[in-house]
Design a binder for this molecule. Structure first.
Ligand SMILES: Nc1ncnc2c1ncn2[C@@H]1O[C@H](COP(=O)(O)OP(=O)(O)OP(=O)(O)O)[C@@H](O)[C@H]1O
Length: 629
């Protein structure tokens, strides 16, 4: 499917008119008729941002002259295996499409990877959705193989003992364990149980195992009854919550780039799909709409992952006793604030800065006093030379790249604006946010000097930056100067103003920038929660049950401990319990260090655990390969 600006012309040129044009643009939406036309044929229709799903369906019916006595719905399929969201008649496909990554909007031949699309689905008389057509084709890979194995046309894949649960391994040692995982991975079975824990190996490719058929298949089964799957864990948590009437929690941990964020999305999808019977609930839409916003402000390119979450997430889906979704709640913790002022070689600051600098119009650029990325100290530390000793020597080194391969920052900025709009940020609020971001960048450019040789007090070396920051932050210049150069203390009831030392001042400036950014991030999360109908206030009158998904970021112990040791620990049932305890303890300590109470975890009395391993599956099995030689 593709979207093109019907208004023609591509160039930059953009001012506010560019956004205006976007509002009125005609987009080409490709709709795949699914069961109606087996295969890969799609029907292009033109639509605007405000065109609803019902109107889009009408256009397809007209163009294809479909049977009007039947009832149709539009399904949005997003990456990895064709997860489907059935659109409500009033949903706008173009708006959904604008949240897709740019590559998904490009017209590509159907050679693979076209994992974002709209499907036309037939609705059965009982309201359920009829699946078939292109979806069936996607499923073919795994389904077909399964059927052939059943008919004896293909050998049993588990010939030498391939166990879906590592606890069942007859012999437990490094070799058998890794052998088992590798053999499963080669058959695209990325999920393996260790008792009630699920191990996931990141496949880094499209697997057709997340569509509604799988949602249905895993509904109401005990763990282990079916092939291991992330949906099974979500399902067990959901039904345990209903049966025991108690809250549940699923912990996701793994090294950076192992797939925690993806897995969290799959879980949330399943947890809301179970209660909505296939229809995208408002809650799920907002959670997913909140994704691009949180991502822009909380994700960054790291050496391991171009889109690494630099904060931990706790997403709580709230249900009524009947199991219907009532709202959700997102909590962020441990935002990596240091990244704002310093990045390692080959890493970047938070995405939002690059989006802002690339995506704003000329008018906005002058209103926000924006400059080029390389002119900001906080953005220009990623250089080809691993060590640039001082910011003052900035001009000597050539900035590396400010964009990542395949990235379209302008599109990403447009997408961010749209996502912010969906989550309820008004244009004026968005402007304030962007002003604040620009202020942070300018703040980072402030440099200090000693007033005189004899005097310890300091002055600002480049005072021309002050009025800009003062305007953007809407604070008086004198106050800003004072805050940047002096500290107030109270001794024996007397107020003292002590100037910072030159060696302290830079740190003060950086902590000011970090506090501003962190407060902004907190406020954004707060606003998202507002949109998510946080029903905390209802708790006194209505019984609310919750399932929390805790995405533990940067559990870097994996990198210190050997992977093999890690697996052995996992495979020992007794250690499962230990592991859960260990994670909780560890997190609680970090949490306490941040001065935040562990309120969300206190009430949780049941935990599921998903662990993701290795961002490089090939490296994972390296040990075995070595041995085999
Ligand atoms: N189930 C999956 N199927 C296919 N690809 C996946 C899957 N899970 C993860 N990936 C791929 O791995 C990449 C990294 O995943 P993700 O961003 O979820 O990692 P992460 O553990 O959250 O990393 P970080 O801790 O750095 O935020 C994704 O961009 C995606 O390409």
């Amino acid at each position: 499917m593709s979207a093109r600006d019907g208004g023609g012309g591509g160039g930059g040129g953009g001012t506010l008119g560019r956004r205006q044009r976007f509002e009125n643009s005609e987009f080409t939406v490709r709709i795949y008729p699914g069961a109606l036309a087996e295969g890969t044929i799609y029907c292009p229709i033109s639509a605007r941002k405000t065109t609803t799903a019902a109107e889009a369906i009408e256009r397809v019916i007209d163009r294809l002259q479909l049977d009007r006595t039947k009832c149709y719905v539009l399904a949005e399929v997003k990456e990895f295996g064709g997860e489907e969201w059935i659109l409500n008649p009033c949903d706008c496909p173009v708006q959904r499409m604008m949240l897709w990554p740019r590559v998904a909007l490009e017209q590509r031949p159907l050679s693979g990877g076209e994992d974002y699309r709209f499907l036309l689905r037939l609705k059965n008389l009982d309201g359920s959705i009829h699946y078939g057509g292109s979806l069936a084709m996607w499923l073919q890979v795994t389904e077909e193989r399964r059927r052939m194995v059943e008919r004896g046309l293909l050998p049993q894949p588990h010939a030498q003992g391939d166990y879906a649960d590592l606890c069942c391994l007859p012999e437990l040692n490094e070799r058998s364990l890794l052998d088992n995982l590798r053999s499963r991975f080669r058959q695209e079975q990325i999920y393996t149980y260790v008792g009630s824990i699920l191990i996931v190996i990141n496949p880094f490719k499209f697997l057709p195992i997340y569509n509604p058929k799988y949602v249905k298949m895993y509904d109401n089964h005990t763990l282990g009854e079916l092939e291991p799957h992330i949906y099974a864990v979500a399902d067990v948590a959901y039904h345990a919550m209903l049966q025991r009437q108690s809250n549940q929690c699923i912990v996701i941990s793994g090294e950076s780039g192992s797939g925690k964020t993806q897995s969290t999305n799959f879980l949330i999808h399943h947890l809301t799909a179970l209660s909505q019977k296939g229809y995208a609930s408002g809650v799920e839409q907002i959670i997913l709409g909140a994704g691009p916003v949180l991502e822009a402000f909380g994700n960054a390119k790291t050496a391991h992952n171009n889109n690494s979450s630099r904060f931990g997430k706790f997403i709580q889906v709230n249900y009524q006793e009947s199991g219907t979704v009532r709202g959700a709640y997102v909590e962020k913790y441990l935002l990596e604030k240091s990244r704002l002022v310093y990045q390692e070689h080959n890493e970047r600051n938070y995405h939002v800065f690059y989006y802002l600098l690339a995506g704003t119009s000329e008018d906005e650029r002058s209103a926000f006093h924006l400059m080029k990325p390389e002119e900001y100290h906080y953005l220009s530390q990623m250089t080809k030379k691993p060590h640039r000793s001082h910011w003052d020597s900035y001009g000597d080194s050539e900035p590396d790249c400010f964009t990542v391969e395949g990235e379209d920052l302008k599109h990403d900025f447009e997408r961010l604006q749209l996502a912010m709009e969906m989550v309820g940020f008004l244009p004026t609020t968005r402007k304030q946010i962007f002003s604040l971001l620009s202020a942070i960048l300018h703040l980072g450019n402030i440099r200090y000097k000693r007033k005189t040789y004899r005097d310890d007090s300091i002055d600002i070396y480049n005072p021309e930056v002050l009025p800009i920051v003062s305007e953007l932050l809407e604070v008086k210049e004198e106050m800003l100067f004072e805050a940047l150069t002096t500290r107030k203390t109270v001794t024996v009831g007397e107020k003292l103003i002590v100037p910072y030392k030159l060696s302290e001042a830079g740190t003060v400036r950086d902590s000011m920038a970090k506090s501003l950014y962190s407060a902004l991030f907190d406020w954004i999360v707060f606003r998202i929660n507002h949109a998510l109908l946080n029903i905390k206030d209802l708790e006194e009158t209505t019984k609310i049950l919750s399932i929390g998904v805790l995405d533990i970021f940067g559990f870097e112990d994996y990198e210190n401990n050997s992977f093999e040791q890690f697996c052995i620990n996992f495979a020992n049932e007794r250690l499962q319990h230990y592991f859960n305890q260990h994670i909780f303890k560890l997190e609680q300590e970090e949490y306490r260090a941040e001065g935040i109470s562990w309120s969300n975890i206190d009430y949780i009395d049941n935990t599921g655990c998903i662990s993701l391993i290795s961002r490089k599956p090939t490296a994972l099995f390296h040990l075995l390969d070595e041995e085999c030689k």
